[in-house]
Design a protein around this ligand. Structure first.
Ligand code: IYR
Length: 233
């Protein structure tokens, strides 16, 4: 199956030129069956912090990133860059810098209330998954568009857009059989330096990807019930 490619250009100022959209309608019975199955499969996703060293098929990760990049975005500005970090030295530098920031956080930058909220997750400043997970994606948000001639154009709803894209990335990875973790070291400026990203990009999240280790454990969490999160009025 070949996937059509499109040539993106910045669209600021272009006229409205709609085209027909006629997806085939799914019968309700099939929708119900798919939704129920999807709900169960999504409920089986867990954030993983202990990864197996087994390699993952790289194309699965690329396809998941392609899924994420279909996310809706403010003014369709698609304000994201996904960096798939393969260079072991870059990964070591990311781990070293992230652990240093996290050590400062855990040793005093985080409030007592914040540390208490983290306790049931069992996290600390040691982040072996940054070097040991078979794949590492660093997501950057483009705060503005930067042309080759230095031309700048503001992007809108960047946090929302990139947040939606990361949600779609996590769903795509999970539904393709891979586990992941969203890590947000703070501050994250070092990621731009290590990965050589331009001034219009700001790191958003670091996402190790792989299979859970054979002895992987996860916190014994309980999800809110649908009643708690859904209000019908
Ligand atoms: N960034 C730190 C602390 C942390 C914060 C939250 I909010 C979490 O959900 C998990 C961890 C760390 O990565 O350990």
């Amino acid at each position: 199956m070949s996937i059509p490619t499109t040539q993106w250009t910045p669209t600021h100022g272009d006229p409205y030129r709609p085209v027909p959209y006629r997806p085939e309608r799914m019968p309700a019975a099939e929708s119900l069956a798919r939704a129920a199955e999807l709900r169960e499969r999504m409920d089986r996703r867990r954030t993983v912090r202990q990864f197996s060293a087994d390699p993952v098929p790289e194309q699965v990760v690329r396809d998941a990133i392609a899924c994420a990049a279909t996310a809706p975005s403010g003014a369709h500005q698609q304000p994201w860059t996904f960096v798939l970090v393969k260079d072991p030295e870059a990964r070591r530098r990311i781990r070293r810098a992230a652990e240093e920031e996290e050590r400062i956080s855990y040793e005093g930058r985080l409030s007592e209330e914040w540390l208490a909220a983290l306790r049931p997750l069992g996290t600390d400043e040691v982040k072996p998954h940054l070097t040991d997970a078979p794949a590492l994606i660093v997501v950057f948000q483009q705060r503005y568009w930067l042309g080759e001639d230095g031309d700048k154009r503001k992007h809108y709803y960047v946090d929302e857009s990139v947040g939606i894209a990361v949600g779609m990335l996590l769903s795509a990875l999970h539904l393709s059989g891979l586990a992941a973790l969203v890590h947000t070291p703070s501050p994250m400026r070092f990621l731009s330096e290590v990965l050589g990203r331009p001034a219009n990009e700001k790191a958003f999240a670091v996402i190790p990807v792989g299979y859970p280790a054979a002895d992987c454990t996860v916190p014994d969490l309980v999800r809110k019930s649908l009643d708690q999160v859904l209000k019908e009025v």
